[in-house]
Each structure stands twice: as C-alpha cells, then as structure tokens.
Design a protein around this ligand. Structure first.
Ligand code: G6P
Length: 518
C-alpha cells in the first residue's frame, strides 16, 4: 500500500527544512564546508556515473527525501511493478517493460503468469531479430521508413540517431510521424518502391496519423509500380488482427503491459535492430537490464534513479522549480530531449492521484533542451542571468567516435565550464556582467555512447520518472489527457470542407472560416 507524499511526516519535515535552509542554500559554501561533497553526492550505476553534488541539497535534505520514499512505500510500488501487478490501475494493466529486457529468469516474487509472458517475449524477440538480420542482408532494401508517432516514433528515432556509429552502411532510415503530408511526401520523393521497406508501428493500430500515413504509403507504393506489399510492409503492434485487416502479413507483436513511451525495447524497436543488428539490440537490452537490476536491488540511498526522482520532487514541490533543461553534449543525442519530454511529461503530467482526487501540489516539470554547445549560444543567457532558476542536466561522453583533433576536448571543456559557471557565478564585474551563480545542475558521464550505455541511461530515466510519479501518488502509465483533442479533431475535419460552424465557439468558428478548404 502506498501513501501519497503530502500525507507523510517526512513531507512536513521537508517543508520545514526548505523554509529553514533549503531556499537559502548556497552551493559555493557547501563545497567550501565539505571536502567530501563530490563523493557523497555522486552515484555510480551500471554504465552511468552521475554527479549530483551541484544540486541545492544537503545531507539533511537527502535523509528527509529518503524518509519520504520509505514512508510513501516506494519500494512496495517498485516491487509491484517488477512482480507484474496491475499498477496501471486506470487501464487495469500490468507495467512490465522491464520484462522485455529480462535476461533469462523472471524477477523474484513475480506473479504467476509472468514466466509465460517472458517466454512470449523471447519468442517474439528471436523472430524479430531473425527478420532484422534477413533484411540487413538484403541489399535490394536500401531505405527503411518507420511510420509511427509518439512512443512508436520517438524512441526508435532517438536511438537510431544516437547509435549512428554502430549503423552498418547500406541502408537509410526515415521516420514519418506527422499527419502533415509534407513529411511523408518529402520522404517518398527520394524513394523507389522496390528498394523500400515500410514499418507501420502502432501499439493500437488505430492512431489517426499513423493510419493516414500508412494508407498513403501503400497507395504510393502501388501507384509507383511497387509489387509485393507483403515483402515491403511489416507491422509492429499489439493489434495484429487490425494489421492483417490492413493487408500486412509480416507482423511482430507486443502486449498491453508495454506502455507506448516504454516500447522501444519491444517489436517497436525493429528499426533499431535493423540499424545496429541483433547483437547491438541485445546489448541495448542488456544495458537497460543492468540498470533495472540496480533500481530493483540497490538500497535507496545508493540507487541512482531513486536519488534523481527524489531530487525532482524536492525541486518541484519544495523549491518551486517548474522546468528542467536537458543538455546532451553529444550531437547524436539531438532527439534525446524530445524523447524525454514524452517519457516524463506524458507519464507524470497528471493533476489527480490514483483515486482520481485532485493533487494539491505540482507534478511533472516542463522538460526542454538542445544539444550542447548549441544551447549555449541561444538560451543559456537566461539560465545564467534570467529571473527563474532552471536545473540543468548535462550529459557528457568521455570518448569520441571520430578522430578530428581538438573537437572533443573543446566540447567537454564547454560542458564542464557551463556547470561551473552556473554554480560559481561572478560578482566582481558589476551590473549587467554579474552572474548570480548558485544555479543547480546534474552532470552525467558515459564512458562511450554504446548500445549498452544508452540502454542503461534510458532505463535510468524510466525509473526516475517512476520514482517521482510513485511519490506523487499518480498513475505514470496512462495518458487520458491526449484523448479530448483527438475527439474534437474528428468533429472538425469534415467541417473544414463543409464550412459548418454550428455549435462552435466564436474563435474556432472564425479560424475554421479562414482555413476552410477549396
Ligand atoms: O503506438 P500508437 O498506438 O499508435 O500510439 C502512439 C502514441 O499516441 C497516443 O496518443 C499516446 O499519447 C502515446 O502514448 C502513444 O505513444
């Protein structure tokens, strides 16, 4: 049984602590007073090192946050997830994306039935990887087009870009998500049907954008002389029947216990397997599994995802920060912020608890960002001297995968310098040139960007989001908030040609008149 965070004694103690020292905390003084600060506020985890020492927390904050985690029953909820309980209560589903990367046995304490699910996981994984190897060896296929949106797009796209170093030459990867025909039309322009494989990726196989793009892709394929739809289309879905009805014979399934934004480890990861091969895909899973084990077994005080999730609660609820900036210092990670936006904001952007009662405190922050050093020449001004404090998250990779001399030290020096400048500030120049400093950041280090380290990093983030969501007492695994817009769009689409504005508010009616087609 979990307890909502604001109903615990630790919550009250944290409030008092924030009033007393939290808001007046000074990083520079903290480092001056404690030579061991870096050691005690950094955390080693599989494939990921995290320096949390430049955050606005002291030992007492950390202790109280750990009390909060205990009093909320974080461990029980974590164990319930790993055991396959239906913790996604509003959809009455288990949450078992970790099972997709389980290496052999099910976690101890698993519900009966989980072992059977794992057998299905391995069977599908083997079939999908075998297919991936067949296509990789088929040199007539030069272009792979993934048609999917949200979780059926962002994860595979982010990972394929991030692991470009591991992608064998000979195939190009395209990702089409938007219902905006400009996107699909732009991709199709450069393609020949006999050399193209379309992957229709949709958990539900009902998402309007994906279905529209899949229909148009098939029409283009047939109209441009493509033969053998069966060979050139595959579907990745939990709704195999709908894919078959659409006319796709090659299908790879997954299960309702995999949330869309947690699905890159399932058949939705086929583009990744095509790009980096079956060995590479298994390494991605192994990296994630290593982090799962860390999250499942490490004591809370030494548990990286837990420490991060607790920090997120501290910042959001006690220091009042409403956003977090993601700064990956690696250009291949350019889609990471977009990926993390869905992961965190769709999971924890909720205003009611598990029972549906309104929450009296803030939940998901806004996540945003661009790769470094680009952001430095754009919005870092605001981060250094603006009126809001925005915690930053640096991600640096020690070893480069290129041999251009001088670039990598320059990149890493910039990451270090920005974190340093945000903390130190400068008070000697006067007026416009002064920096307040004391601006918090977390600094992640990977030794190299590999399938293993990326898998571990993503899993770390998933569990961090789990942690803050669990403390807030909300359901991180549903997304009812995306439904209303879908319903309204259905109503408005025919009105764009009929011009019927009956029952519409004046603004929507006025805009519709301006956008009316034909
Ligand atoms: O994979 P699909 O069923 O097509 O869903 C694609 C996406 O759209 C939905 O509206 C949800 O907001 C996302 O969580 C999901 O990933």
């Amino acid at each position: 049984m979990t307890v909502r965070c604001d109903r615990t004694p630790a919550w009250q103690a944290l409030q008092q602590h924030a009033d007393k020292v939290g808001r007046g905390f000074d990083l520079r003084q903290a480092f001056a007073a404690d030579a061991g600060r870096f050691a005690s506020f950094s955390q080693e985890a599989p494939h990921v090192f995290a320096d949390l020492s430049k955050n606005l927390i002291d030992q007492r904050t950390q202790e109280l946050l750990l009390d909060l985690a205990q009093q909320c029953g974080l461990q029980a909820r974590r164990d319930a997830m790993f055991a396959g309980e239906h913790i996604n209560s509003t959809e009455d589903r288990a949450v078992m994306h970790t099972l997709l990367r389980a290496q052999g046995a099910v976690p101890p304490g698993s519900r009966s039935g989980v072992a059977g699910e794992l057998a299905k996981v391995h069977e599908t994984l083997d079939a999908m990887l075998e297919y991936a190897e067949t296509i990789r060896a088929d040199h007539t296929i030069t272009d792979v087009v993934n048609i999917g949106i949200g979780g059926s797009d962002l994860g595979p796209q982010m990972v394929v870009l991030a692991l470009a170093e591991f992608v064998a030459p000979g195939k190009r990867f395209h990702f089409v998500s938007n219902v905006d025909g400009h996107e699909l039309a732009g991709v199709l322009k450069g393609l020949a049907p006999e050399h193209t494989l379309f992957l229709v990726a949709s958990k539900t196989f009902t998402t309007a954008e994906t279905m529209a793009n899949a229909r148009s892709a098939r029409r283009w394929f047939e109209q441009s002389g493509g033969k053998d739809v069966a060979r050139h289309f595959a579907a990745l879905t939990t709704n195999v029947a709908a894919a078959r009805e659409f006319g796709i014979e090659t299908t790879f399934g997954f299960w309702d216990w995999v949330g869309g934004r947690y699905s890159l480890w399932s058949a939705i990861g086929l583009p990744i397997a095509l790009a980096i091969g079956s060995d590479g895909f298994r390494k991605l899973l192994a990296g994630a599994h290593a982090m799962d084990e860390h999250f499942r077994t490490a004591p809370l005080a030494k548990n990286l995802p837990v420490r991060l999730g607790l920090l997120d609660v501290w910042y959001r609820n006690f220091l009042g920060f409403t956003s977090r900036c993601i700064a990956p210092y690696h250009s291949a990670l350019r889609r990471l912020p977009a990926y993390l936006q869905q992961l965190e904001m769709e999971s924890n952007g909720k205003r009611v608890d598990l029972q549906g009662a309104a929450l009296p405190f803030g939940t998901s922050p806004v996540l945003w960002g661009e790769p470094g050093t680009n952001g430095q020449h754009a919005y870092f001004q605001m981060l250094h001297q603006g009126t809001d404090v925005v915690p930053l998250e640096f991600l640096a990779v020690r070893d480069a995968d290129h041999d251009l001399s001088g670039h990598h030290p320059a990149l890493l020096a910039n990451a270090l310098a920005q974190a340093q400048a945000l903390m130190q500030g400068r008070a000697d120049a006067g007026g416009h040139r002064d920096f307040p400093g004391n601006r918090p950041s977390t600094f992640f280090v990977l030794e190299r960007l590999t399938p293993e380290s990326l898998g571990a990093f993503i899993a770390m983030y998933e569990h961090r989001v789990f942690t803050s969501g669990a403390l807030w007492g909300l359901n991180s695994f549903d997304q009812w908030g995306v439904e209303l817009g879908k319903v309204l769009a259905k109503d408005l689409e025919p009105r764009l040609s009929s011009g019927d504005v009956t029952g519409l508010d004046a603004s929507t009616a006025g805009l519709l008149a301006r956008l009316k087609q034909g």
